[in-house]
Write a protein that binds this ligand. Structure first.
Ligand code: AMP
Length: 506
């Protein structure tokens, strides 16, 4: 099935329901949304002569046109290649070349640089500036029906962040999108028509994927006028629009909580904040629940299994009477309905997290070796280290590459970070390993103090001695104004290790 059928159905059921909003302003109802997607689909097939299966790249910040482009491309049976809007033109060029994208939709800022790269990109026929005259011309009188697609056909080619080598194009199929959407409804949160999906996190990533369950349910899609994440704007829009749900990385949750506290807001109008994509520390989720109330659900996923591995439900987050509540709060929850999750280790022990089921990617685009390695034995090898408890709750330690081995013992940075974050003067922390001649590695903590707080590292040391084994405590503390993060709010540990090395060498 072509996932675009969901939009056709939603528009038939309730054509007059509000569909696409820019801030508080309704731009399109469902009939209008589906019409634009069908017109654009016809334009892609006709004027741009694209055939089903070909790739359409999107390099834009969050804006309403993103929804036209995703659904218009799917209508025409094409695969979208959403590109992180903050990438360097050279990185964008790599993705365009690797995906063989035929068309790139972008804005005036990027169009010039990428038109200059066009001679090096033989597959690329056109660069369309969505603010220019060519874009509206693609919406003509003709409208297309959803092109026939098989469940295993690629709908979204998602490029991994490539911190360890070249980015790889994850083939996310129509089946994957449908399974992810059904899991959202079954496991994460039911969606009613009056609900609104607010795109505060980049639509090139998980937030954009969440438009699928919200189209399925006929809910509103709200693009903030800022095109990004501004805590005050989120709080204001939620209060005005009501029933607002959003995806937020843990660092965004933290900023939203601080913003709400500063305004004396309790998150009025927010229905659900789905968080994930990076570790959420116990101290941070406890504070978020205290300030914003029972509005949270956690998911764990990765590009190779988008938004689709485990879920920690609202009820589990708030069931403080449960005897294992503390462990559950620090876990990523249980397998979502479409997948089996196991850990490559004896029960209770830590090992690599393996996943099998309908949200797992078809493979990497044009890279059978990497596909065979990632999907060995039919299981996705996530590269994450975790442990399953007897109730099926998965606790993630760290990415295997972030594990620190000191004096032959494993140290999971997350465990040390959880302890340091309990200190009131610590706002953010990231722990990495530094090569050490005798021990192999030693522990270094990068700490961001709370504004105005005086940080005494002796106190941090005492806190660690109180809570974890001696060998796990940081041997060095480095104070920072902020931690390096990517566009999705993930702390860049590779960058921290490089920074640390530069400091040691200096
Ligand atoms: P990406 O493919 O860029 O979305 O990154 C996926 C990685 O982020 C996963 O493999 C995990 O290491 C991490 N991650 C995702 N969700 C969570 C979560 N809820 N808790 C901890 N780490 C997470």
């Amino acid at each position: 099935m072509n996932v675009a059928q969901l939009l056709v159905r939603a528009a038939r059921v309730a054509p007059g329901d509000p569909a696409v909003l820019l801030g508080e302003r309704v731009l399109l109802d469902y009939a209008g949304f589906a019409r634009r997607a069908a017109q654009l689909g016809a334009g892609l097939q006709g004027a741009l002569a694209l055939a089903p299966g070909e790739r359409v790249a999107i390099l834009l910040r969050n804006r309403p046109e993103y929804l036209d482009l995703l659904w218009g491309a799917w209508m025409a049976g094409l695969a979208v290649v959403p590109v992180n809007a903050k990438l360097h033109p050279r990185e964008v060029e790599f993705i365009l070349a690797d995906s063989g994208a035929r068309v790139l939709f972008t804005d005036a800022d990027a169009a010039g640089a990428l038109r200059a790269a066009a001679p090096r990109l033989p597959a690329l026929r056109t660069v369309v500036d969505v603010d220019g005259a060519d874009y509206p011309r693609l919406f003509g009188d003709a409208a297309c029906e959803p092109a026939g697609r098989e469940p295993q056909d690629t709908a979204w080619l998602f490029y991994t962040s490539g911190t360890t080598g070249r980015p790889k194009g994850v083939m996310i199929t129509h089946r994957n999108l449908l399974a992810m959407a059904l899991c959202y409804l079954a496991d994460v949160d039911p969606i009613a028509r009056q609900d609104a999906s607010l795109y505060a996190a980049p639509m090139s990533h998980g937030a954009g994927l969440y438009c699928v369950p919200h189209v399925l349910a006929g809910a509103r899609h709200v693009v903030p006028a800022s095109g990004g994440f501004d805590p005050a704007e989120v709080l204001r829009l939620a209060a005005r629009l009501r029933h607002v749900s959003l995806f937020a990385a843990p660092t965004m949750v933290k900023r939203l909580v601080e913003g709400a506290q500063a305004q004396g807001s309790g998150g009025d109008g927010i229905k659900t904040i789905v968080y994930g994509g990076a570790p959420m520390y116990a101290a941070d989720i406890e504070q978020a629940l205290a300030v914003l109330g029972p509005r949270f659900v956690q998911i764990y996923g990765q590009g190779e299994c988008p938004m689709g591995i485990t879920v920690l439900a609202r009820s589990q987050l708030t069931d403080t009477a449960h005897p294992r509540h503390a462990q559950r709060l620090a876990s990523v929850g249980v397998a979502q309905s479409a997948v089996e999750v196991r850990v490559a280790a004896p029960p209770g022990d830590a090992g690599e997290v393996l996943v099998r089921g309908d949200t797992v990617m078809a493979g990497y685009w044009g890279n059978p070796e990497a596909t065979a390695q990632a999907l060995q034995g039919g299981w996705l090898h996530t590269g994450d280290v975790g442990a399953l408890d007897g109730d099926g709750f998965l606790t993630l330690m760290d990415r295997s590459k972030d594990l620190i081995i000191s004096g032959g013992s494993n140290i999971y940075p997350r465990e040390v970070e959880e302890v340091l974050l309990r200190h009131p003067a610590v706002r953010e922390v990231a722990v990495v390993g530094r090569p050490h001649a005798e021990w192999g590695e030693e522990v270094v903590a990068f700490v961001v103090p709370r504004p105005g707080a005086a940080l005494d590292t002796a106190e941090l040391d005492a806190l660690c001695l109180d809570s974890i084994a001696r060998f796990k405590r940081p041997r060095h503390y480095r104070l920072m104004d902020e931690l390096p993060k990517n566009n999705y709010g993930k702390v860049l540990k590779t960058a921290l290790r490089t920074l640390d090395q530069a400091g040691v060498a200096a």
